[in-house]
Structures are given as structure tokens and as C-alpha cells.
Design a protein around this ligand. Structure first.
Ligand code: ZN
Length: 315
């Protein structure tokens, strides 16, 4: 975490958002968005995913976007990989961080990456070995998403014990960070607080843990406060709440970055993000949309009278 920050926010819209809308952003449009949001103070951006272009034409330029985003001073550039093949392509592009993903739900994992949870764990071990065997790749952080941790569109409730087993399995194989995800927006605040409390009790509080919420049923920010109470200090979000989930038909997007930053800053938690510049970045992103909706209350209402963001208060 950067010095002077209480909570770290990660932008995932160029991956999670763009993969689920029909419009294909040009490479330049992605980079204009990424540059503007980095300039607003967002420390980490997931800029794409290494998947076959036939499946997701939106991500065909991932290697170029990674390379050019890496030129942005101070920005941590991450990219998603769903399997070993994607990881070898991802490593070749050399982001700062690779985000692997598997689902706790067997049915969702089969549908998403066409293998069992155990096979995905085995694949993850190969990815870690591949990085560790090459001195040139050792500076790349390898994180893993723990998808459907709060429920699954196919099999319904997901047992907490299964989430713990998968989290421990990933850490045992060398994961540097876990992103625990409510992929389809099933979680509620009580469940979120209980799960993260149990997670930290199980894996220890020194492991880097990110919470990844979707606002599918309007509980996204409530879930953030519950995760904060359990000790989570890193959150994924997308500017304007862009996107949804390709494997969860009808789902809306990630929690709204602009609303997340406003909430945290108004709670006295420094994000290091400038809200005015964040809204400028949102406008830049929106110019490339072709009718896809964006979301967010702060962008509509503006700041309350007398509002002073925590990050603007002199120490
Ligand atoms: Zn997501």
C-alpha cells in the first residue's frame, strides 16, 4: 500500500467492465481512460485479460495495453489470466501483477474455465512454478481471484468451508494475494463480515486480501463497509460501475469506483484519489461507450456542502 493511504482501491473496469459490454474500446481509448484514472490517484488498474481473442475480442490488445500502461509512473498494472496458457502469455507481457481466477463453486468453475476446482488449483501451482523457474519473471506478483465466494448462479449458496479450503489451497501453492469475489452480487453485509472474519482467522491477517463486489442487488457499498469492519483494506471497483458478468446473465457491473471513493473519503479513510479528477476520467471513459449505461450517485449529485475528502486534510 502507498504511504499515506488507509484504503487501496483497484480499478477493474478495463477488464471486468469491458468484457461484458458489446462495444470494443480501441487501444487508445483504453489507454486514455487508464492514464486519466492513474492521474486521479488510483494506484492499481487491471488493464485486460489474456484469453483467446475469439472468445473476447475486447481483450485482443491486452499485451500492448499492458506494455503501454507500464509506462505510467507509479501505476501498478495487473492483468487477468484464466489458465496456464493465458498465464504464459500474461507473463510474456510482464505486468506488475497477474490475477488468476477460479470459482469456489464447481458448477461455476466448469462453466467459466471448463475444469474442476482441483484442476484449477493444479494449474495455479504450474503457474507459480513457471514464474519461479524464470529469474526474469520473479518480480511479477501472482494473485488469485476466489470467485463465487458468496453464492453462485448455478448452484446457489456456496459453503464458507469451501471458500476457506480454496483460499488455503491457493496460498499453499504460493499465491501472493487473494481477491475474494462476489462475482454475481449475492452477498449481504452480515455474510460478508462473517466470511472475511473467518478468512483472516484461517489464513492470518498478514495475507494481502482484496474484496471484489458487484452491485447486482444494490448491496455493493454496504458490503464494503462490512468488509472494512472485518479488516479488509483493498477493494476492486469500476469507474461508473461499467459492465457486468458474462457468466451471470443480466448482472450489472462492479461497485461504482466514484461512489466507493466518495464513501471512503467521507468516512475519513484516505484513498489517495482525487474525486474531481476521477470524474474527469469517468467522462473520458464515457466518450467511448456506445449506449452502454454507467452508474453512480456521486457523479449525478456532486459533493455535499462543506465536504472535505480525508485525502485533502493536511496531516
Ligand atoms: Zn467481477
Amino acid at each position: 500500500m502507498r504511504p499515506g493511504i488507509d484504503v487501496e482501491v483497484h480499478e477493474v473496469g478495463p477488464r471486468d467492465g469491458l468484457q461484458s459490454i458489446p462495444t470494443v474500446f480501441t487501444t487508445e481509448a483504453k489507454l486514455a481512460w487508464i492514464r486519466a484514472e492513474a492521474a486521479a490517484g488510483v494506484a492499481e488498474i487491471e488493464v485486460g485479460s489474456f484469453v483467446p481473442p475469439k472468445l473476447l475480442p475486447q481483450m485482443a490488445d491486452a499485451a500492448e495495453v499492458v506494455a503501454r500502461a507500464r509506462e505510467i509512473e507509479g501505476l501498478t498494472v495487473s492483468a487477468l489470466v484464466p489458465n496456464f496458457k493465458g498465464a504464459t502469455n500474461g507473463f510474456a507481457a510482464h505486468p506488475h501483477k497477474l490475477n488468476y481466477v477460479l470459482s469456489v463453486s464447481e458448477a461455476h468453475n466448469q462453466s467459466n474455465v471448463r475444469r474442476s476446482v482441483q484442476e484449477s488449483l493444479d494449474d495455479f501451482a504450474r503457474i507459480i512454478d513457471y514464474r519461479n523457474a524464470d529469474p526474469q519473471l520473479r518480480d511479477i506478483v501472482v494473485a488469485s481471484g476466489v470467485a463465487t465466494s458468496f453464492g453462485c448462479t448455478i448452484s446457489g449458496p456456496v459453503p464458507v468451508a469451501d471458500v476457506m479450503r480454496v483460499a488455503e489451497g491457493l496460498l499453499a501453492r504460493g499465491a501472493d494475494e487473494l481477491a475474494v469475489a462476489d462475482t454475481v452480487g449475492y452477498g449481504n453485509p452480515r455474510q460478508v463480515k462473517a466470511l472475511f472474519t473467518e478468512l483472516f482467522a484461517t489464513i492470518g491477517s498478514d495475507v494481502s486480501v482484496v474484496a471484489h463486489f458487484h452491485d447486482t442487488r444494490g448491496l455493493g457499498l454496504a458490503n464494503v463497509t462490512a468488509a472494512l469492519e472485518a479488516g479488509v483494506r483493498k477493494f476492486d471497483a469500476s469507474l461508473g460501475g461499467l459492465g457486468g458478468c458474462p457468466y451471470a446473465p443480466g448482472a450489472t457491473g462492479n461497485i461504482v469506483m466514484d461512489d466507493l471513493v466518495f464513501m471512503l473519503e467521507s468516512m475519513g479513510l484516505r484513498t489517495g484519489v482525487d474525486l474531481d479528477r476521477l470524474l474527469e476520467a469517468r467522462e473520458i471513459m464515457e466518450t467511448s461507450l456506445r449506449g452502454e449505461p454507467t452508474h453512480g450517485a456521486y457523479a449525478k449529485a456532486g459533493p455535499p456542502k462543506g465536504f472535505v475528502p480525508a485525502s485533502a486534510v493536511a496531516e
